[in-house]
Write a protein that binds this ligand. Structure first.
Ligand code: LLP
Length: 426
């Protein structure tokens, strides 16, 4: 499809809908997602692997809005989940249980029971203790839990420190050197059906070399396990495919697919992928309004009504999201350097320094691009500002898929204990 976000007649649009119409109707901050951009990403991924695409289990953590999950489920996607809550969301959004994988380092007994009762595709198991816990719960229920062992391939993913997961010092997975022993143990445990291996080395990985290093180790392990007579049917290769926040080159999907095809060709494995960001990041924007343009001799600050409460990635990872004004700048309109900041009372509430934007005035709107992944899911009520609404656009149609939560709603469920209630203010 054409660009999901583009200027038409001077107005930045999502598909056929001018974003200013959404901002004016709902107020800001508001996240806007393009259904057709999500579909296009899913299709591109599946097509890259034609004629034998893997099962694409969308990593729900990237954007867990039911409408987003539903858009992908309707295309045939499964779900990668990391909690009972995500399993419930995926089911509610229409993902069949047999397309749900359940990962995460801290599965509780309740979550394990829920996953077994739903009949999910597989548990991605991260430790021996967890394996034994799942075995005990499944055996007591007269069930067999389908299991993939998450291995830690000890590969550095060349991404941000906080989102790299596949080095041996990271908390994830079973040490590569212990994997054979643990797999054999899994095969011997009642209540466990070992199906294969899982790995995920990190997020926002644009270079294929770390994928290749990790996947090579995984197929090496498949070979070793099979040589020992252990059954290995499935390989879940995780997510981590990079998207564009600025001028990075696009992710080379066909090289990625060729790499995986080449490495797995002789193994007759069922393949699973768990992309999150790749499917939704570029399909979403965050709209904000200008409150002030604060200028001094030193610097110029564009002060917005959205901050780290709405989009925490810049404060947390130093990420830089591109910013576009909703009104297209005139030809030759001068650009000014400005630091883009939110309303939150701490200095880390900074989207970035030296953005080059036309002069904007209070009431004007801007869009943060590539905000569809790890945006709203990581938003908070910090500073008691209204939480962003969420909107899904589909061609000319748009709908609120989660309304704004105003402060009254945020504190509605809080209680003042009885022993304080009578006192009033002193
Ligand atoms: N599978 C597993 C086991 C994961 O832990 C993750 C992400 C994914 C799949 C999906 O990864 P993706 O395809 O989206 O890269 N909040 C951070 C990203 C954290 C990623 C956590 N795990 C950010 O905003 O950059």
């Amino acid at each position: 499809m054409e660009q999901a976000f583009s200027y038409r007649a001077g107005a930045l649009c999502c598909e056929e809908v001018p974003l200013v119409a959404i901002a004016d109707t709902l107020g800001t901050p508001v996240y806007v997602y393009s259904a057709n951009a999500i579909r296009a990403r899913y299709r591109a991924l599946v097509d890259a692997f034609a004629p034998t695409p893997p099962l694409v289990c969308y990593a729900v953590k990237a954007n867990h809005n039911l409408a987003v999950i539903r858009t992908l489920a309707a295309m045939g996607a499964g779900a990668d989940t990391v909690s009972g809550g995500e399993i419930l969301r995926a089911r509610r959004a229409g993902v069949p249980a047999e397309k749900i994988v359940f990962a995460g380092v801290a599965k509780t007994d309740g979550e394990i029971r829920l996953a077994l009762a739903e009949g999910i595709l597989q548990f991605n198991v991260e430790s021996v203790q967890e394996l034994e816990r799942i075995a005990a719960i499944a055996a007591a229920a007269g069930r067999e839990a389908p299991v993939a062992l998450r291995i830690n391939p000890d590969v550095a993913a060349a991404t941000h420190e906080k989102i790299s997961t596949g080095r041996k010092g990271d908390k994830f997975g079973i040490a590569f050197g212990e994997a054979v022993e643990v797999y054999a143990r899994a095969a011997a445990l009642p209540g466990i059906r070992p199906l294969g291996l899982h790995l995920h080395i990190g997020s926002q990985i644009g270079d294929l070399a770390p994928f290749e290093a990790a996947y090579r180790r995984a197929v090496e392990l498949v070979r070793t396990l099979r040589a020992r007579g252990l059954p290995v049917h499935r390989l879940d290769l995780g997510g981590g495919l990079a998207v564009r926040y600025g001028a990075e080159p696009p992710f080379d999907l066909s090289a990625f697919a060729a790499l995986i095809r080449g490495l797995t060709r002789d193994f007759h494995l069922e393949l699973v992928l768990e992309p999150g960001r790749f499917l939704v990041a570029e399909a979403g924007v965050l709209l904000a309004s200008v409150i002030y343009l604060k200028e001094s001799a030193e610097r110029r600050f564009l002060v917005l009504d959205a901050g780290m409460n709405a989009l925490v990635r810049p404060a947390m990872y130093g990420a830089r999201h591109a910013v576009l004004p909703l009104r297209e700048p005139e030809d030759g309109e001068p650009r000014l350097a400005m630091d883009v900041v939110g309303p939150i009372c701490e200095s880390s509430d900074l989207f970035g320094r030296d953005y080059r934007l036309p002069r904007l005035s209070p009431g004007d709107h801007v869009a943060f691009l590539t905000a569809g992944a790890y945006g709203m899911v990581m938003a908070s009520d910090y500073n008691s500002r209204p939480s962003p609404a969420e909107v899904l656009v589909d061609g000319v149609r748009w709908a609120v898929v989660r309304p704004r939560r105003d402060p009254e709603e945020q504190f509605r469920d809080e209680r003042i204990p009885a022993w304080l209630a009578g006192d009033g203010a002193r």
